[in-house]
Design a protein around this ligand. Sequence first.
Ligand code: PMT
Length: 221
Amino acid sequence: VTEPDLAGRHVVVSAGGTREPLDPVRFLGNRSSGKQGYALARTAAARGARVTLVSANAGLPDPAGVDVVRVGTAVQLREAVLKAAADADAVVMAAAVADFRPAAYAAGKIKKKDGKDPDPIILLRNPDILAEISADRARPGQVIVGFAAETDDVLANGRAKLARKGCDLLVVNEVGERKTFGAEENEAVVLGSDGTETPVPHGPKEALADTVWDLVVGRLD
Ligand code: PMT
């Protein structure tokens, strides 16, 4: 039996991976399936929360009883998260957000030019949504959770990222071409800004999600 310990709370979860378009047929993207974020949304709803799920290119069915807002790019994800976070008790950023986007969008498909090298792709920096919502909380006491997808020096990079982003909790998970992305299971260490470290053993993404909500509940007033 799930405790309704999030009843009366509004939580925002981002999921999936942003796509940054180059032309009508191509984009820069990443390997996120959305499964970890959707597991967070489902478990929060099961614990009684009102849930807004900001979903980037996930291709998964809408979880029952969850408000789903679909977005494509990092800029769109930022707009949707800021809007939903205005009255939220907690925000969990599980989405894989592109740090950069192409400076130019070609209205027509980019063509090969015979015998010529391709043009380089110029990139612009995307807004850092997690750092922004952490620095400028929409309401006092709002709990903000980030994820860190790392391929090496996982914990050291995670600790540095927690300090840089300014969130309350950071879920550090290892990723690779076939690791974590798209999988049914995950394992992680949840770092707290108070110095706590909560290891979560390999298991279903729902189990990690429930541990995240346990830690969030402990921080809500
Ligand atoms: O979707 P799945 O296939 O289930 O895979 C799950 C996952 C690996 C995508 C997920 O567990 C995960 O790690 N999500 C975060 C991916 C990511 O973007 O990590 P990062 O280390 O690059 O970013 C750190 C944090 O800052 C994240 O919370 C991210 O949402 C946020 N961010 C990043 C860049 C940016 N411009 N704005 C942000 O808010």
